[in-house]
Write a protein that binds this ligand. Structure first.
Ligand code: HEM
Length: 132
C-alpha cells in the first residue's frame, strides 16, 4: 500500500477523532442505511460500541501500513456466521457510511481523500468480510 496514502488517511482520521460527533454520526448514518443494519444493534450498548469502533478503524489503517493481521482476524471471527453473522454484502454499506461521515467531519475532505480512504481500508475490510 502507498505509504503516502495511508499517511493521508491516518492524518484525516486524527482530525475526525477530534470531533465529538464523528462516531455518533457514523452509527446514525450506518443504521439509517437499512432496517436490517439497525436490527443488528438492537441489544448493543452504543456508547461502548462507538468506543470499540474507534480502535477498530485504527486497526484497519495499521493493517494497510503493514502491521500484522491478528486483530483483524479476531474481528473476522466475531463477525462471521459463527458469531454476529454479519453478511458479506453489508460491508459496502459500512464503508459508504464511513466515507460519508469523514466527508462531513474532516475540514480537509476532498474527493481524492475519500478515494484514499476507500483504498486504504478495503484490504482490511475484505479480510474481515472473507472470514464469514
Ligand atoms: C462489534 C469493528 C463491520 C456489526 C464490533 C466490534 C468492533 C467492530 C471493534 C467490537 C469487538 C467485537 O465484538 O469483536 C468493525 C469494523 C468493521 C465492522 C472495523 C468493518 C470492517 C460491521 C458491519 C456490521 C457490524 C458491516 C453490520 C451490521 C457489529 C455488531 C457488533 C460488532 C452487531 C456487536 C455489537 C454488540 O456487542 O452488541 N465491530 N465492525 N460490524 N459489529 Fe462490527
Amino acid at each position: 500500500m502507498d505509504p503516502e496514502k495511508t499517511e493521508l488517511v491516518f492524518q484525516s482520521y486524527g482530525r475526525c477523532c477530534q470531533r465529538e460527533a464523528f462516531f455518533v454520526d457514523f452509527y446514525d448514518r450506518f443504521m439509517g442505511s437499512s432496517e436490517v443494519i439497525r436490527e443488528q444493534f438492537v441489544k448493543t450498548d452504543m456508547a461502548a460500541q462507538r468506543h470499540l469502533l474507534r480502535n477498530g478503524i485504527m486497526q484497519l489503517i495499521l493493517y494497510a501500513r503493514g502491521m500484522p493481521d491478528r486483530k483483524l482476524r479476531d474481528l473476522g471471527k466475531s463477525h462471521s456466521r459463527h458469531g454476529y453473522d454479519i453478511h458479506p454484502e453489508w460491508y459496502g454499506l459500512w464503508l459508504d457510511a464511513l466515507v460519508a461521515t469523514v466527508a462531513q467531519h474532516d475540514p480537509e475532505a476532498s474527493p481524492a481523500l475519500e478515494q484514499a480512504w476507500r483504498e486504504v481500508l478495503t484490504p482490511g475490510i475484505n479480510l474481515i468480510r472473507d472470514a464469514y
